[in-house]
Design a protein around this ligand. Structure first.
Ligand code: ADP
Ligand code: MG
Length: 236
């Protein structure tokens, strides 16, 4: 099954056409990196994927379900299977990391899932601290642990390392490896080419409203170098 299948997506805001007939099929397994210039529509694509935005044209299928026509009531359980992590703070500063993760588990079976999620994100020894007492990489891992308690099928992460220093980014990228090792898929919007070249199972590039590249990372990295070599000389 595909994690995400977009077919002929057109998305406009006023006069601006952000996505212009974009189609892509992203498999469930492994880590898919979504790249593209700032403003190319990566976050719009994420929001379309989970039904927070509706396309003007085209179909959106998430885990085989038509997101663009699904009623909100049915979107809720689907979003629990593919949690969407946006940039920015998501934690309550006055609670411990453990309590923050436990909040997400409210109403779910009390089957040790909080401890498992903390363990998977390497947070067991830090669970008694509060968000201000740890660095941004650990805070992001806590946000991922919150998503893991839902026992999702796949994660959708929008720029999880943007704005982080290299140590914090490394902590987040380790968490992505742990996600993959746990057999979960993830779609990750990222500019972090070091992480991409190490971790990506495939890459999707959004360019000028469509998919500019879809394939393995070696192809993208080779092409990026070609682009550099064949670029026209800069204007004097
Ligand atoms: N809710 C909105 N209303 C109007 N314009 C929007 C909205 N969301 C995104 N856009 C525009 O769509 C384009 C793509 O945005 P975005 O998906 O956030 O880019 P990025 O690839 O950097 O994540 C930008 O030009 C942005 O200004
Ligand atoms: Mg964005």
């Amino acid at each position: 099954m595909e994690a995400l299948k977009l077919t002929g997506i057109v998305k406009r805001f006023g006069d601006v056409t952000v996505l212009n007939g974009l189609s892509v099929e992203i498999p469930l397994a492994g880590l898919t990196f979504i790249v593209g210039k700032s403003g190319s529509g990566k976050s719009v694509l994420c929001r379309l994927a989970v039904g927070l935005l509706k396309p003007d044209e085209g179909r959106v299928e998430l885990l085989g379900q038509r997101v663009d026509t699904l009623p909100e009531r049915q979107l809720v359980p689907l979003r629990a299977r593919v949690p969407y992590l946006v940039q920015g703070p998501a934690l309550l500063d006055w609670l411990t990391l453990e309590a923050n993760v436990a909040l997400a588990a409210k109403g779910l079976p009390d089957d040790g899932r909080v401890a498992r999620a903390l363990e998977r994100m390497g947070l067991t020894g830090l669970k008694g601290r509060s968000p201000p007492q740890v660095g941004p990489g650990i805070r992001k891992r806590t946000a991922i642990a919150r998503a893991l308690v839902l026992e999702p099928t796949c994660l959708l992460l929008d720029e999880p390392t943007t704005g982080l220093d290299s140590i914090a980014a490394g902590q987040v990228n380790e968490a992505l490896e742990a996600v993959r090792a746990a057999g979960l898929g993830a779609m990750v919007v990222s500019h972090d080419y070091a992480a991409l070249s190490r971790l990506a199972d495939r890459v999707v590039e959004v360019r000028q409203g469509v998919v500019g590249y879809h394939g393995d990372k070696a192809g993208l990295l080779a092409r990026t170098q070609d682009d550099g070599r064949s670029a026209p000389p800069a204007e004097p």
